[in-house]
Unconditional design. Structure first.
Length: 261
């Protein structure tokens, strides 16, 4: 029976190469040590000790906790709750969404004023989803607000999804990804409820496995918090990396950047 079973990667080779290259890009932009030192955020009282009652104050405290944990500078960023997209136009901020449903979270940078992260008030009912939305929009603040990535980059949204893994929020965002989708307009990025996220489940699973591989985590405790489907893809990706990871390590710095997913 030996040799009949081999570890099978749940993603295409093109998608694997994109994830590998994207990790390299993030490492170059933010420094590999930032990923190595990242604390994996989990839905536990240890990571989120603040009482949460759904109030605006509780949302703001959660926002600041997530921002601090990923070293996102929010000193010039306003947090706002909204109930419909019309509210976001009251300050003459250009905002639109390609979906009929209102997005769950939006990052807006008008380039001539304070940055804005706006969260739909429906998210306050689900703290786990709220954490994922906050991490995603704060990722835009880091990459776009920091001028590290061009907002018109072909795979900007996918790279921002991967950033949440890189910074330790992969458990939240992988589990929540299929409650949301992202929309992109001239000055804003947002999540809506109407279709799947940019990264397929298989890619989330491989990205989390690659994150663990880079950090030399052979059996991370945080993996037990993954949803059933994500965990299955994660485990199969881990097995594949156990057999092929050494080759990837040797060539990591020379990975050719493939096309977007």
């Amino acid at each position: 029976m030996l040799g009949l079973w081999t570890a099978r990667l749940p993603v295409s080779d093109e998608d694997r190469r994109w994830v590998d290259a994207a990790f390299c890009r993030l490492g170059e932009l933010l420094g590999w040590q930032r990923m190595m030192a990242a604390r994996v955020a989990l839905p536990t009282a240890e990571d989120f000790p603040d009482p949460y009652d759904g109030s605006e104050g509780a949302v703001r405290a959660l926002f600041l906790r997530v921002a601090r944990s990923i070293d996102a500078d929010v000193s010039d960023t306003e947090l706002r709750l909204f109930s419909d997209a019309i509210e976001l136009t009251q300050d003459a901020v250009l905002f639109a969404t390609r979906e009929r449903s209102t997005p769950g979270g939006v990052y807006i940078d008008p380039q001539n004023g304070r940055k804005l992260i706006a969260i739909h008030d429906r998210q306050i009912k689900d703290p786990g989803a709220l954490v994922a939305v906050l991490a995603h929009e704060l990722g835009h603040l880091i990459l776009l607000g920091g001028g590290l990535v061009d907002r018109n980059s072909e795979d900007m949204e996918e790279l921002n999804d991967l950033l949440t893994v890189f910074l330790g929020y992969g458990v939240f965002n992988a589990n929540a990804a299929f409650r949301f989708s992202q929309s992109m307009e001239l000055y804003s990025q947002g999540w809506s409820m109407s279709r799947l996220g940019y990264l397929p489940e298989q890619v989330w699973g491989y990205a989390l496995a690659r994150f663990a591989f880079e950090r030399n985590e052979t059996s991370p405790e945080w993996a037990r918090y993954l949803s059933t489907s994500i965990k299955a893809y994660f485990k199969s990706s881990v097995k594949w990396l156990e057999r092929n990871g050494e080759r990837l390590t040797r060539t990591r710095a020379q990975i050719e950047r493939p096309k977007r997913l």
